[in-house]
Design a protein around this ligand. Structure first.
Ligand SMILES: *Cc1c(COP(=O)(O)O)cnc(C)c1O
Length: 636
């Protein structure tokens, strides 16, 4: 497998550029060259001259004097880029499917600018690293010394390459002391001409290929090991597609171990709100973590939880509510179901034990959540174990008919307001939502709004707000912490609260989790709640949806597209595929999209996007184009 990688050396003139020349000459169609910062004679130009067919990307900064970059920059009255600037400028290869050879200057411990050493950049890149060492006298010492000091910065080169006259003694000696690295030897071309470089690369192709397979080895091993020891959610133990090896995330991007950045068009399973590692949320996390980890929440309180509860209640449609914390959406639903049933028990109506869910519903994967979200494929196996719950079409009249017949047995109606997510981004209007709510109220049953997915996605803090209704219970999860940490909440309205507000200990809600109200998660969520109290955040969600829908309009009535729908930042394209969720087009679409740098996870015959709010217009355009080309390609 090909991967981006970084070439470092013990020192200037150790042979980095020789290595790069041979590499590019050998693997012209697989790698492109980038040297972010250069001084003096331009290696970028040398590469272009010696390997004219190589794709050479322009440096971010180039200084004339052949001295340390900060010094050279100062002489020109300029400034050197920071690590962050180099990271942000890291280009994508011009040709799809190729990777970058990133060449550093001097030694890893050379100053990159007035404040940072180049090693900081090498560390941040988190890519396989090749250490080039000149094979002249002293090679063993230089190599071991470099490995030692790199280790202190958590950089372990995957290969040491001795460049110069072949020296088997040095190679053996280095290996003897460091059995964690592989040592290779490359001989420079006989002369500095295009032909000589090409010939030399051809002669040493075997060595270069061995180095290349070494580069991809760690990731290949990770994936192979994953296949032996990990069980992924909704995952076959024999998956058709390898898991993506992820090393980081920022903004709308997920960073892969091979240097690729893919756009997280599904907001990491609908959790990421503003973007990955959104600075105010990360700051809240760091600040909280510097004071506290987890403490129990029984007989204990902390400012994080109280502040968050206060902020959540400010968004609620009533006064006098309470917030019950848990740590995932399914549990937030379980808590709501328990509260609803116990509410009726306290009202001397324990026979009201029927919950009513809707076609297309999904409420989570725990037993109560499965029971109210029944779906043949996903929960069919467990059907014999699920408690009885009714499932009706998402239609106020049908609900009314049902409640007319069996309303006296019903505890609550549960619905995902406006968008039924996992069911395939099925959408209904605020009018329908209001009508359903009114039927529930008229028939005297509780109404649970499962906002685990819809919270912060529909152009308002809560989807139910579009309908101006006041649910009795609201379930929140996913974006509650902006997607940074697991946290969920069940917000109970005053009616439910009143039923439990008693000195009678038998009327306690006996429910809790080890990590209830995790302080760090609450601290992050409290800051997030402040951010989302600003309507412009939600306007951005609406703008994202409109932007995508505009660009997807070309798909209308083509390639078997049945319809395109939008609500807030959620856009869904439904295909006329008979196969349902197991339709194999799903895998084809995923593969196609990853090849174009976009992470999509179709829900059966529904291809959707729900990007983080920070997603740039460029990235949104790429998402739309990728959805269109994926659908076009798989339709053939
Ligand atoms: C994801 C989801 C859940 C379950 O949340 P988890 O955190 O995955 O347990 C419940 N309800 C809805 C509407 C969801 O989308």
């Amino acid at each position: 497998m090909t991967t981006d990688f970084v070439v470092i050396a013990t020192d200037t003139d150790a042979g980095k550029t020789t290595f790069s020349l041979l590499w590019l000459a050998a693997f012209l169609d697989r790698y492109e060259y980038w040297k972010p910062v250069e001084t003096g004679q331009s290696d970028t130009e040398t590469i272009s001259r010696m390997v004219p067919a190589a794709e050479v990307l322009p440096p971010l900064a180039r200084f004339t004097d052949p001295v340390s970059p900060p010094l050279a920059a100062a002489r020109e009255g300029r400034r050197c880029p920071t690590v962050a600037e180099v990271m942000a400028a890291k280009p994508s290869p011009i040709h799809d499917g190729r990777r970058l050879l990133i060449e550093t200057f001097g030694s890893p411990f050379s100053p990159l600018n007035d404040k940072e050493l180049q090693i900081e950049l090498v560390r941040k890149l988190r890519l396989p690293t090749v250490l080039v060492v000149s094979s002249t006298v002293g090679a063993v010492g230089r190599a071991l010394q470099a490995l030692e000091s790199l280790g202190k910065h958590a950089v372990l080169p995957v290969a040491v390459v001795l460049v110069g006259k072949s020296d088997i003694y040095a190679a053996t000696e280095i290996k003897k002391h460091r059995d964690d690295v592989e040592v290779f030897s490359l001989v420079p071309p006989a002369s500095w001409s295009e032909e000589a470089v090409r010939d030399s690369a051809a002669d040493q192709r075997e060595t270069l290929t061995a180095i290349e397979s070494r580069l991809g080895k760690l990731v290949a091993e990770l994936v192979a090991e994953d296949r032996q020891v990990v069980w992924h959610p909704y995952g076959s133990l024999r998956p058709a597609i390898d898991p993506l090896p992820v090393v980081g995330a920022s903004g709308e991007f997920i960073h892969l171990a091979d240097g690729r950045r893919v756009i997280d068009a599904v907001s990491s399973w609908w959790t990421t709100l503003h973007g990955h590692r959104h600075p105010p949320l990360m700051a809240a996390l760091r600040e909280a973590a510097s004071r506290i980890d987890h403490v129990l929440f029984a007989d204990v309180t902390h400012v994080e939880a109280v502040k968050l509860a206060r902020r959540l209640l400010r968004t609620a449609p009533w006064e006098g509510g309470r917030v019950f914390f848990s740590d995932n959406g399914s549990t937030a639903v379980e808590v709501a179901l328990k509260m609803a049933y116990q509410f009726w028990c306290h009202a001397h109506a324990p026979h009201r034990k029927l919950f009513v869910g809707f076609d297309g519903a999904y409420h989570g994967d725990t037993f109560g959540a499965m029971a109210v979200g029944r779906d043949r494929l996903f929960t069919g196996t467990f059907e014999p174990l699920l408690f009885e719950a009714a499932r009706v079409p998402l239609d106020p009249n049908q609900l009314d008919d049902f409640l007319e017949r069996r309303g006296s047995e019903v505890a609550a109606v549960i619905l995902e307001p406006l968008v039924q997510g996992a069911g395939g981004m099925l959408m209904h209007s605020p009018d329908t939502l209001r009508a359903i709510y009114e039927v529930a109220k008229r028939r005297g049953v509780l109404f649970i709004a499962d906002e685990v997915m819809t919270g912060n996605r529909t152009g308002r803090r809560w989807a139910y707000q579009h309908a101006g209704i006041a649910p009795d219970l609201i379930c929140a999860g996913k974006t509650l912490t902006g997607g940074v940490l697991p946290l969920a909440a069940t917000i109970a309205g005053p009616g439910v609260v009143a039923a439990f507000d008693t000195d009678d200990r038998t009327k306690t809600l006996f429910h809790g989790h080890s990590f209830t109200a995790h302080p760090i998660a609450c601290a992050v969520a409290a800051v997030n709640e402040k951010l989302v109290s600003d309507q412009t955040v939600h306007d951005r969600a609406t703008a994202i949806g409109r932007f995508l829908v505009d660009r997807l309009a070309l798909l209308k009535k083509r390639f078997g597209v049945v319809n395109i729908r939008v609500q807030g930042s959620i856009v869904a394209v439904e295909l006329d595929a008979a196969g349902g969720y197991l339709a194999s087009t799903g895998d084809a679409i995923k593969k196609h999209a990853i090849g174009r740098g976009v992470l999509l996870r179709p829900l059966g015959n529904v291809v959707y996007a729900m990007p983080p709010l920070c997603t740039s217009d460029d990235s949104l355009t790429r998402i739309a184009n990728t959805i269109a080309s994926a659908i076009g390609a798989t339709a053939q």
